[in-house]
Design a protein around this ligand. Structure first.
Ligand code: PXP
Length: 241
């Protein structure tokens, strides 16, 4: 039996809290509930503009969570400082644009390369597992390998969009499959994330060689109707092959 690990992204619990400037719903409570119900890790993205998760959330969750915390950060001096201090077990470096609604694509691995190299080296020294969020591109996965990371996370936004709109998605799925294969050949752990739903997670889970899915927006939305425990259990069932 294969089993893909499930990383539960709880950013949007904080989005709801911040929409009213309130103290609830609590991202910490969501993180601990995710842990209790079988999440393999919890993901939070500390954005430059702190639109959802803030440093207090990071501190509380890092202190109380027993499963690994996966901290998503942009490659900036500020985030390097915060991550060095917090020392989360997992770190995923993502691109960030202030005006975007969500992380629209993978990293540009030619931009800011020297700093990215320094950041990876420093955070690896703190014993964090480092991942880069990349497009499903053979060139990018080779570039990631040269940066000496442990993992890559493939941006699945385009695939999920095609599936949601009932458009042809096989070509994009094939593109992802080739990159996953390449990643495995290069000895990288390969993860996937962005826009995943029950349907797209099921389709993507058929590709061999992906070790971890990170899922947030749909999962938190679905929890409004079904509750977080049941939604996590449904995803876990899909990822148990
Ligand atoms: N993986 C990474 C690296 C992300 O930045 C995000 C959020 O954009 C996700 C996974 C989760 O995406 P979603 O919230 O669409 O499930």
């Amino acid at each position: 039996m294969r089993r893909i690990r499930l990383g539960v992204n709880i950013d949007h619990v904080a989005t709801v809290r911040n929409a009213r400037g309130e103290t609830y719903p609590s991202p910490l409570r969501a993180a601990l509930l995710a842990e209790k119900n079988g999440a393999d890790s919890v993901t939070i993205h500390l954005r430059e503009d702190r639109r959802h998760i803030n440093e207090l959330d990071l501190k509380e969750i890092k202190t109380k969570l027993k499963i690994p915390l996966n901290l998503e950060i942009a490659a900036t001096k500020e985030m390097l400082k915060i991550a060095s201090r917090s020392k989360p077990p997992f770190i995923c470096v993502v691109p960030e644009k202030r005006e975007e609604i969500t992380t629209e694509g993978g990293l540009n691995l030619d931009h800011n390369k020297d700093f990215l190299r320094v950041l990876i080296k420093k955070l690896k020294k703190k014993n964090s597992r480092i991942s880069l969020f990349i497009e499903p591109s053979l060139k990018d996965i080779e570039k990631a390998k040269k940066l000496d990371v442990d993992c890559v996370e493939i941006h699945t936004g385009k695939l999920c969009n095609l599936i949601n709109k009932k458009k042809k998605y096989k070509k994009e799925l094939k593109r992802i499959q080739k990159v996953v294969q390449k990643g495995n050949e290069l000895g990288l752990e390969v993860h996937a994330g962005h826009g995943l739903t029950f349907i797209s997670a099921k389709i993507l889970s058929k590709i061999r060689g992906i070790q971890e899915f990170n899922i947030g927006h749909f999962l938190v939305g679905e929890s409004i109707f079904e509750g977080l425990p049941l939604t996590i259990k449904k995803f876990k069932k899909i990822l148990k092959l």
